[in-house]
Design a protein around this ligand. Structure first.
Ligand code: B12
Length: 213
């Protein structure tokens, strides 16, 4: 594998042009798209978060780093989502109400597509009603929720309660994830599964379909 530290530096520095160029170059040299994401880009965003925490970075820097990572993911997404014929299941995915973070959610969506799932992407700031509509109108088998803020985590619980009240909780498996989420929290709020990363999300979704059958 070539030395890709410059790719990490480009995401941390918010240099979208260099991030895209280095991504293209790495792909041309045969580097696995997922390795680029897991070994360089996600650690780079972690470093961005660390700098934000200690006031070295502010929201504009978060935004430009996020834009750099998104630009690279635009190139990588189609490569990660080469899909099979029969959908393995239908997943309604979204970032919960009040939360605008979508990089991780998009990554999970791409890998689910790559894993053969049909993905209904509800976007960010998704209220419970939208998840309910996706189950009723699009026959989603799985609801996947993402949250990156401790203040928006409770929206996952609210959504699960709303599914129950709408009488659709038993029709779906509910999977949750995002940086502040834990297995313990998933159990507390009655979710069916949690994974700390996108690869684990696909494994969980496959397991959910197997146990739902
Ligand atoms: C980029 C970023 C932003 C960007 C988001 C751009 C975008 N389009 O997403 C912008 C600038 C908009 C932003 C805004 C804010 N942010 Co912000 N942000 C980040 C940052 C640096 C990176 C997040 C990221 O994309 N990580 C990379 C992705 C790939 O990782 P991920 O999302 O965790 O996803 C992985 C897993 O969690 C998992 N996963 C994710 N979803 C799901 C779903 C399922 C079902 C499963 C199974 C798995 C799974 O798989 C993914 C891939 O492996 C984080 C720091 C961090 N390291 O997390 C702060 C961070 C999340 N933000 C933070 C804050 C405070 C904010 C703001 C409140 C700042 C402000 N004062 O305005 C606002 C809130 C806006 C809002 N209402 O949502 C804090 C949250 C603190 C807290 N405890 O709640 C963090 C932790 C920074 C910090 N260290 O303080 N942010």
């Amino acid at each position: 594998m070539p030395d890709l530290k410059p790719l990490y530096d480009a995401v941390v520095g918010g240099d979208a042009k260099t991030t895209q160029a280095l991504t293209q170059q790495a792909l041309a040299e045969g580097v696995d798209p997922l390795a680029l994401v897991n070994e360089y880009m996600i650690p780079a965003m972690d470093e961005v978060g660390r700098r934000f925490e200690c006031n070295e970075y502010f929201v504009p820097e978060l935004l430009i780093s996020a834009r750099a990572m998104k630009g690279a993911l635009d190139i990588l997404r189609p490569l990660m989502a080469a899909r099979g014929d029969q959908p393995a299941g239908r997943v309604a995915i979204g970032t919960v109400k009040g939360d605008l973070h979508d990089i991780g959610k998009n990554l999970v969506a791409s890998l689910l597509e790559g894993g053969g799932f049909e993905v209904i992407d509800l976007g960010v700031n998704v209220p419970p009603e939208k998840f309910i509509a996706a189950i009723k109108e699009k026959q989603a088998n799985i609801v996947a929720m993402s949250a990156l803020l401790t203040t928006t985590m409770p929206a996952m619980k609210t959504t699960i309660e709303a599914l129950r009240q709408a009488g659709v909780r038993d029709q779906v498996k509910v999977l949750i994830g995002g940086a502040p989420i834990t297995q313990k929290y998933a159990e507390e709020i009655g979710a069916d599964g949690y994974s700390e990363n996108a690869v684990g999300a696909v494994a969980l979704a496959k397991k959910s379909m197997a146990t739902a059958a």
